[in-house]
Every structure is written in C-alpha cells, then in structure tokens.
Design a protein around this ligand. Structure first.
Ligand code: HEC
Ligand code: HEC
Ligand code: HEC
Ligand code: HEC
Ligand code: HEC
Length: 193
C-alpha cells in the first residue's frame, strides 16, 4: 500500500482539454469560479480552514462511514503512513480489490467500482489536503508524538458518506494558532524548509 498519486497541488492545467465545447465553457467555468471565490471570501470567517477552487471529483463515490464504522477499518489500514510516517498516502487499488473484485452489495456505485477493478483501470484519487512543497509537515510528529486526533485537522472526513469536493488546506495561521496554544515553535525555519 502506498501513495498512488504524485505529491503537490492538484493539476488544473487540463481543464480545457476535457472540454468538448471549446473555449466558451472554460470561460464560463473561470467566471463561475471567480464568482464562487468572491462569495467564498465574503463568508470566509465561517470556514476555519479551507480554500475554494473547482470541485474535486473522485473516481468513485467512496464512503468512509461504511468502511470505518460498518467494517471496523482503522485509518491506517488505508492510509499506511498516518501514524508513523510523514505522509499518510492513499489506498492502492489492491486494497479495494481485496473485497470488491466481485460485487458484495447491491449499490450501483459498488457495481461501477467492481467494473473498474475488473478492467484494470487505475483509481486515480485526487488530493484534498495539500501544502506547498516547501512546507515540512510530519504526521508522526502530530499524531504519535503529540497525540492529536485526525479530526483536529481533517474534521469529519473519516465519517463522511461521500468524498468532500472542496480542497482543504491548513493556513499558516491555523498551524501557528495551535502551536501557540501548545507552546510549540513559531520559528519560520521549523515549517519552511
Ligand atoms: C477502506 C479505506 C479507507 C479507510 C479505512 C479510511 N480512508 Fe480516508 N480515504 C480513502 C479514500 C479512497 C480516499 C479518497 C476519496 C475520498 O476523499 O473520500 C480517502 C481520503 C482521505 C483524506 C483526504 C486525502 C487527501 O489526499 O487529501 C483524509 C484526510 C482521510 N481520508 C482521512 C481518513 C481518516 C481520518 C480515517 C479513519 C477515521 C480514514 N481516512 C479511513 C480510504 C480510506
Ligand atoms: C495537526 C494536523 C493534522 C493531523 C492531526 C492529521 N493530519 Fe493528515 N494532513 C495534515 C496536513 C497539513 C496534510 C497535508 C500534508 C502535505 O501536503 O504535506 C495532511 C494530509 C493527509 C492525507 C493526504 C494523503 C497524503 O499522503 O498526502 C491523509 C490521507 C491524511 N492526512 C490522513 C490523516 C489521518 C488518518 C490522521 C489521523 C491518524 C491525520 N491525517 C492527522 C494535517 C494533519
Ligand atoms: C474488507 C473489505 C472491504 C475493503 C477492503 C473495501 N471495502 Fe468497500 N465495502 C465493503 C463492504 C462490506 C461494503 C458494504 C456493501 C453493501 O452492503 O453495499 C462496501 C461498500 C462500498 C461501496 C458502496 C458504498 C455505498 O455507499 O453504496 C463503495 C463505492 C466501496 N465500498 C468502495 C471501496 C473502495 C474504493 C475501497 C478501497 C479504497 C474499498 N471499498 C475497500 C467492504 C470493503
Ligand atoms: C491542532 C494543533 C496543531 C496544528 C493544527 C499544527 N501543529 Fe505542528 N505541532 C503541534 C504540536 C503539539 C507539536 C509538538 C509535537 C512534539 O511534542 O514534538 C507540533 C510540532 C510541529 C513541528 C516540529 C517542531 C519542532 O520543534 O521541530 C513542526 C515542523 C510542525 N509542528 C509543523 C506544523 C505545520 C506546518 C502545521 C500546519 C500545516 C502544523 N504544524 C499544525 C500541534 C499542531
Ligand atoms: C507552524 C508552521 C509555520 C511557521 C512556524 C511559519 N510558517 Fe509560514 N507558512 C506555513 C504554511 C503551512 C504556509 C502555507 C499555507 C499558507 O499560505 O497559509 C505558510 C506560508 C507562508 C508564506 C506564503 C508563501 C509561502 O511560502 O507559501 C509566507 C511569506 C510565510 N509563510 C512566511 C513565514 C515567516 C516569515 C515565518 C516566521 C516568522 C513563518 N512563515 C513561520 C507554516 C508556517
């Protein structure tokens, strides 16, 4: 198991290529994004951590709750580095194939997943939480050493019934607020490396 996508911010450069209708659709998308961004900044005090952008679309409507509460999975079963590593990673296709190489439920989304697994099409999960590459953030330090819950930074995603569509990012102020509360370093070079 390991990360199956490259690190770094999600690629947005292919917006135009997937558009069958030419530039006007892209222009409309850009305009609606600008509107969304303006609306989002007007209400930004309501969103503690998060940044608006085009919706993040996942290959499958994955349901955390079914697997975490229903099946008793630990976060680390699918995100292997979340306690002892720097980066948690996302599940590889073999993890899903352990149970979904044949249908086990009745749902249409599971049937779609089984078809993808049987065809060998890779599941390309899109990142939701990302920092710029020069920011150093270690999960081991925060989860295992500091004993913080996942939800302190990721909210309710572990119980979500479908993938969030909004790209989330802890802002520097979020990092600093918590560091101040815990009396942890605020030195620039601790995080900017
Ligand atoms: C059965 C596998 C599985 C388990 C168990 C699981 N996850 Fe996930 N997780 C996924 C998949 C698949 C995605 C990508 C789709 C999505 O966002 O829902 C994901 C996405 C995430 C993301 C966003 C990743 C990114 O790239 O930004 C976070 C954060 C996360 N999970 C936290 C948790 C937490 C916390 C738990 C435990 C409470 C947990 N997960 C348990 C499979 C799993
Ligand atoms: C103190 C805040 C904090 C805590 C606590 C935390 N995370 Fe994260 N998590 C982050 C940040 C920040 C990122 C983005 C890191 C980056 O881009 O380098 C991230 C990224 C991720 C990702 C994206 C996958 C990847 O490899 O980049 C997953 C999955 C994830 N976290 C799961 C978890 C789980 C599961 C837990 C609990 C066991 C947890 N996190 C606890 C802040 C946190
Ligand atoms: C240990 C077995 C197991 C593994 C591994 C597993 N699942 Fe599941 N999954 C289940 C079970 C059990 C259900 C519930 C089936 C039902 O009754 O519909 C389920 C349901 C689903 C559904 C339908 C959910 C819904 O709300 O209709 C999807 C989609 C799904 N899983 C995706 C995944 C993905 C993607 C992975 C890999 C990241 C994965 N599963 C890994 C056991 C597993
Ligand atoms: C919810 C609280 C919380 C948040 C949010 C948080 N941290 Fe931390 N961080 C801690 C604690 C507590 C420690 C001390 C762990 C230990 O005892 O070593 C720590 C330690 C660190 C260290 C090691 C410091 C050293 O002395 O070398 C770095 C680097 C770091 N955090 C970076 C970040 C970054 C980057 C972010 C934002 C993306 C962030 N942290 C967000 C609580 C937090
Ligand atoms: C606890 C971690 C942490 C500390 C300490 C910290 N930063 Fe940051 N900083 C971040 C994170 C995370 C980002 C990226 C997210 C954002 O832009 O808010 C960032 C972004 C920035 C940016 C925006 C451009 C960029 O690099 O992405 C500047 C400028 C900056 N920091 C300067 C500083 C200075 C100067 C200090 C020391 C006084 C400092 N930071 C200390 C975490 C930290």
């Amino acid at each position: 198991m390991g990360p199956n996508h490259p690190p770094g911010p999600p690629a947005r450069g292919d917006l135009g290529q997937t558009d069958p209708r030419g530039g006007s659709f892209l222009a409309a998308l850009v305009a609606s994004f600008a509107l969304f961004a303006a609306t989002a900044s007007a209400v930004s005090f309501l969103v503690a951590a998060g940044s608006a952008g085009p919706p993040v679309v996942q290959p499958v409507l994955f349901n955390h709750q079914v697997h975490v509460e229903g099946e008793g999975f630990a976060c680390a079963d699918c995100h292997p580095g979340c306690e002892e590593g720097v980066r948690p990673g996302l599940p590889d296709d073999e993890t899903c194939a352990m149970c979904h190489s044949e249908p086990i439920g009745e749902g249409a989304e599971e049937r779609r997943l089984v078809a993808m697994i049987q065809s060998g099409a890779p599941l390309e999960w899109q990142p939701l939480f990302r920092q710029p590459p020069h920011i150093y953030f270690s999960h081991r330090r925060h989860v295992t050493v500091a004993g913080l819950e996942c939800a302190a930074c990721h909210g309710g995603i572990g119980q979500s019934q479908e993938p969030p569509q909004v790209l989330e990012a802890l802002r520097m102020d979020d990092c600093l607020d918590c560091h101040r509360r815990h009396g942890i370093t605020e030195s620039c070079t601790a995080c900017h490396r």
